[in-house]
Write a protein of this length. Structure first.
Length: 299
C-alpha cells in the first residue's frame, strides 16, 4: 500500500503513458487488476464483500507503517447520514483517507455503507471505488445521504493537501463553504475529522498555484496547484511525479463530536458563521494534536 503512486498523475484523458502503470499499480495493490473504469462514477461500485476480504490485510499493514492512532470513531453517528469533514494532508498519497476509511469499516463493519468524495481521477480506481470512493459532487453526497450513508469530504482539496510541510498544524480550506451548504440543505450533522502527520510523509515546499494557473491545469484537470516536494526514491517530485514513497510519519486522526447545525445556529444559520465555527473547532483540535508531537515523522 505504501508504494502506491497516486491517481492524480493521470490527468483525465491527457495521460502520458507512464502514468497508466502507476494507476494499475494502485489498483492492483488495492485488490483489483481489472484496470481503470472509464465510464461514469459508478456509485454502486461499493463492495462490502471486497472490503471484508481485503481489510484484514490492508488495515494492519497501513496502520503499522504509519503507526496509526485513530481516536473518537464512536463520535460518528451509529446510524443515519452525516457529513464527515476532514483536513487533508500528504499530497496525492492520501494516507489519512485510507487510514480513516479502514478504521470506519473496522469499527462499524464492512456492511455499513460509507462514501468518500474524491477527485475525479481517484474515483476511477476500481479498488478505491469498491471501498466507497466516488466523484466529489453534491449529487453523489445526496445519493449517499438518501441511503443513510455517512459521507467524508475534504473541503481544502488540492490546496490543503499540498500545503507546505511547515503548515502541518493549520486548517486550510481556502474559504470553500460548499460543505456547509450541503449539510444545511440535507439536514445532516457535520462531524469534524482532524488529522496530523500526513504533511510529514514528504517535505512539501510550494503549491506553485500561479504556475498551475498559467498552465491552465485548473481547466484541464481541476487541479489548482503544481506542487514541488522532496521525498524518496527520486528526490524532487512535481505533483508527486515521477513517484514518491511516503515516509513512515506517524498519523493521528481524531473524530470530534457531531455538530447539530439546527441546535447550534437555529433554523436559518448564516453560512459564514457555520464555516467559521467548524474551522475554529477543527483548528483547536489540530493545535492540541500538534502540541502532542515531539519530532517530525516520529510523532
Amino acid at each position: 500500500m505504501s508504494r502506491t503512486r497516486n491517481p492524480l498523475v493521470h490527468l483525465a484523458r491527457h495521460v502520458p503513458p507512464p502514468a497508466d502503470g502507476a494507476l494499475q499499480m494502485a489498483a492492483a495493490i488495492l485488490g483489483d487488476t481489472a484496470g481503470l473504469v472509464t465510464g461514469d462514477d459508478n456509485f454502486d461500485a461499493w463492495d462490502p464483500e471486497h472490503i471484508a476480504r481485503t481489510l484484514p490485510l490492508l488495515n494492519p499493514l497501513m496502520s503499522a507503517y504509519f503507526r496509526a492512532d485513530v481516536r473518537g470513531i464512536e463520535n460518528v453517528p451509529s446510524t443515519g447520514p452525516a457529513l464527515l469533514v476532514g483536513n487533508h494532508s500528504g499530497g496525492t498519497m492520501i494516507v489519512d483517507t485510507f487510514l480513516f476509511t479502514f478504521a470506519f469499516y473496522e469499527h462499524f463493519g464492512p456492511d455499513r455503507r460509507f462514501h468518500q468524495l474524491a477527485h475525479d481521477i481517484a474515483a476511477r480506481i476500481p479498488g478505491l471505488r469498491r471501498f466507497g470512493t466516488v466523484v466529489a459532487s453534491h449529487e453523489n453526497a445526496q445519493r449517499a445521504f438518501g441511503i443513510d450513508a455517512p459521507v467524508l469530504v475534504y473541503p481544502g482539496g488540492d490546496v490543503e493537501t499540498f500545503r507546505p510541510s511547515w503548515h502541518s498544524d493549520q486548517i486550510e480550506f481556502a474559504g470553500r463553504k460548499g460543505f456547509v451548504r450541503l449539510a444545511l440543505e440535507q439536514g445532516v450533522p457535520i462531524v469534524p475529522v482532524v488529522s496530523i502527520g500526513g504533511q510529514e510523509t514528504a517535505l512539501f515546499l510550494t503549491r506553485a498555484e500561479r504556475l498551475a494557473s498559467a498552465l491552465r491545469l485548473d481547466q484541464l484537470a481541476r487541479i489548482k496547484v503544481l506542487p514541488i516536494s522532496i521525498g524518496p526514491p527520486f528526490g524532487i517530485n512535481v505533483l508527486d511525479l515521477p513517484g514518491r514513497l511516503p515516509l513512515p510519519a506517524k498519523i493521528t486522526i481524531e473524530v470530534l463530536p457531531p455538530i447539530d447545525l439546527d441546535a447550534e445556529f437555529g433554523s436559518q444559520p448564516d453560512i459564514d458563521d457555520v464555516y467559521e465555527h467548524v474551522t475554529s473547532v477543527m483548528q483547536r483540535a489540530l493545535d492540541r494534536l500538534a502540541d502532542e508531537r515531539t519530532l517530525p515523522i516520529l510523532g
